[in-house]
Ligand binder design. Structure first.
Ligand code: SF4
Ligand code: MG
Length: 334
């Protein structure tokens, strides 16, 4: 069994307008020391997946969760919420897009790291403070012994993200989830933060999930990639396979919106038009069919399922050979 094994995960929310199926039958696994990139547009279910793993979906409206989230042999879906709370911040931790919203504005950075550390370790404040300074130093905050007494607003965006990473890692979590960790940052700082996450992962050997709408973010970071659409996985494989031989028309579109790609390739991989589907009322058949340029008859009636086996899996009705031909055609030199 893998270190993290997610099986047929469903996270639904009951609303006055109907049931929102944010995550609807998701399965994947992750080993220690590996990084999984979960990619999709907003509303694809990727953030709710991470909230479900962390046991944080419950704070939202009427929610229902089913399936299994087996972390190190223990099913978090079946576990007692108090127990999951103990694991959070200790065995698993999360980095959010916007550190300002995750940090308390009235407490110093140091006080918040000390609190995170002392929640799970019976140590004196002085010992915890020393640990906070060490962690700030480790994530590249200059003069950490002074900056430890700053408030979040006294840090730049990039430094705040570093401080949040320090706070997440203070208890050596074995699973780290980073949800859009660099979206709010400028490109240079983004690259630095991604380097930092990679270095820390190698040092701590944790399993890392990076959630993003931008395939570019996970291009160099992820071992495996899972592409989500309409609350389901539509493509799942190694990063090498997904980048070099993407199989799903939606993934082609995502690649087409990657600014870092070669311009000619990007123009040929047309970005996807239209908007993500409503999670209350998914289109029948393939949820991507209203936006897909390759729709066939069965696409609007039969929902394509992601195979449960195989190194590179895709949920699409197109025959493999045809898919390969379309992709080869789209990337062939003019
Ligand atoms: Fe397009 Fe049909 Fe494949 Fe869906 S199943 S991605 S509509 S070709
Ligand atoms: Mg999100």
């Amino acid at each position: 069994m893998a270190f993290l094994d997610v099986r047929d995960l469903r996270v639904h929310f009951e609303t006055d307008d109907g049931v929102v199926r944010s995550v609807d039958g998701l399965s994947f696994s992750l080993e220690r020391g590996k990084t999984l990139g979960i990619v999709g547009e907003s509303g694809s279910g990727k953030s709710v997946t991470s909230l479900g793993i962390m046991g944080l979906h419950k704070g939202r409206s009427r929610s229902r969760i089913s399936g299994q989230i087996i972390l190190d042999g223990e099913d978090l879906v079946a576990a007692d919420p108090d127990h999951v709370r103990t694991l959070r911040g200790q065995k698993m931790a999360m980095i959010f897009q916007d550190p300002l919203s995750a940090m308390h504005p009235y407490f110093t950075i140091g006080a918040q790291i000390v609190e995170a550390y002392r929640t799970h370790n019976q140590v004196s404040k002085a010992v915890a403070r020393k640990r906070a300074v060490e962690m700030l130093d480790r994530v590249g905050i200059p003069q950490p012994d002074k900056r430890v007494d700053n408030y979040p607003h006294e840090f730049s965006g990039g430094m705040r993200q570093r401080a949040m990473i320090a706070m997440s890692l203070v208890n050596n979590p074995q699973l780290l989830i980073a949800d859009e960790p660099t979206t709010a940052l400028d490109v240079t700082v983004q690259a630095q933060i991604l380097d930092l996450i990679r270095d820390l992962q190698q040092e701590f050997g944790s399993a890392v999930i990076v959630i993003t709408h931008d395939l570019g973010v996970v291009a160099e970071l992820a071992d495996d990639i899972l592409v989500m659409y309409g609350g389901r996985a539509i493509e799942y494989g190694t990063a090498v396979d997904v980048f070099e031989a993407p199989q799903h028309p939606y993934t082609w579109g995502l690649l087409g919106s990657m600014p870092r790609l070669d311009r000619e390739l990007r123009e040929r991989l047309t970005p996807i038009k239209g908007t993500p589907p409503s999670l209350i009322n998914l289109p029948s058949g393939c949820a991507f069919s209203p936006r897909c340029p390759y729709t066939r008859d069965d696409c609007t009636t039969i929902s394509p399922l992601l195979p449960t086996q195989g190194a590179h899996r895709v949920a699409c009705h197109l025959p493999t050979a045809q898919r390969a031909a379309i992709f080869a055609d789209s990337v062939a030199p003019a």
